[in-house]
Ligand binder design. Structure first.
Ligand code: SAH
Length: 273
């Protein structure tokens, strides 16, 4: 990175950088994220951080896994925050690496609050969130002038694991033109039923992008009425985002990835990848 025509901020010992790793493809990591990884003394990373990104850390850099392991629950959020504070106080450069963007359903805000409270200097390094990366790699523009003037990012389950009750499903069904759901695969049946019950048309196009931007990316194009059954039948695996709205139709013309791989022709109702 010596050849860049601008200066990067110094990663001071004793600081924590909350870095978004992007959704999978290491090419989607920001220059600042790469700068952080290359200088880090220790990387604390989550389950959704791709191996390809992790490999960019220098060989001497300690790697601490903070996600779920072998079915056991992940370390509690207070424990992770406490660990970050301890590592920083040891005088280390701590790279806290999270999938996508740290603050999009990623608890980056909670960790930053803990660091602020402990007077540990920190920096936020945004990442390409799964919705942005996944739609781009599925050939679906997030907005299109003829289709939508708004996009909503929604989590399909709460911290307790249930479908979010406090959401105004009527407003989402009727007012929000494009909906992108995270963590929605498990509750897809309930989510789609709620949107249908609140007045969204059953033939509204839906795309499910699984393992977006990785070599295992799969895209299922379906409709709101059929998405839950078809996702099950196609054995779509997490992590996946679910996109609801007219912009999904543009994939028929814009599936650049499928076209470059010579996979299903554009316009097929169900495309494997
Ligand atoms: N901070 C992350 C989101 C964490 S929540 C971000 O900004 O992307 C975890 C959810 O993100 C998953 O359940 C899934 O809905 C989505 N997700 C993360 N990586 C993904 C990927 N490569 N492909 C599809 N969805 C992904």
């Amino acid at each position: 990175m010596d050849s860049l025509p601008f200066d990067m901020p110094r990663f001071e010992p004793g600081a924590v950088w909350l870095v978004g790793a992007g959704p999978g493809d290491p090419g989607l990591l920001s220059l600042l994220g790469l700068h952080a990884l290359r200088q880090a003394d220790v990387v604390v990373y989550d389950a959704l951080v791709s191996e390809a990104v992790l490999e960019l850390a220098p060989p001497g850099c300690e790697r601490i896994y903070a996600g779920k392991r072998g079915g056991r629950p992940s370390p509690s959020q207070p424990d992770i925050s406490k660990r970050l504070v301890e590592l920083a106080r040891e005088g280390l450069r701590v790279c806290r690496l999270k999938g996508g963007d740290p603050c999009m359903f990623g608890r980056g805000g909670e960790e930053a609050l803990a660091l602020a409270e402990a007077n540990v200097p920190f920096r936020m390094v945004p990442g390409i969130t799964a919705a942005v990366g996944g739609l781009a790699y599925a050939g679906i523009p997030m907005t299109h002038r003829d289709a939508n003037t708004a996009v909503s990012f929604i989590t399909g389950h709460t911290a307790g694991g249930a479908v979010p009750e406090k959401l105004d499903w009527e407003a989402l069904a009727r007012g929000a033109q494009v909906l992108v759901f995270y963590m929605a695969l498990k509750h897809l049946e309930q989510i789609s039923e709620r949107l249908l019950a609140a007045g969204r048309e059953a033939d509204t196009p839906v795309a499910i992008v699984s393992k977006a931007t990785t070599p295992e990316q799969r895209v299922l194009v379906t409709t709101l009425g059929r998405c839950a059954a078809e996702a099950r039948a196609a054995a779509i695996e997490p992590p996946a985002i679910v996109v609801v709205g007219e912009v999904v139709r543009l994939r028929a013309s814009l599936d650049w990835l499928g076209a470059s791989e010579g996979s299903a022709p554009p316009g097929e109702p169900h495309e494997p990848g």
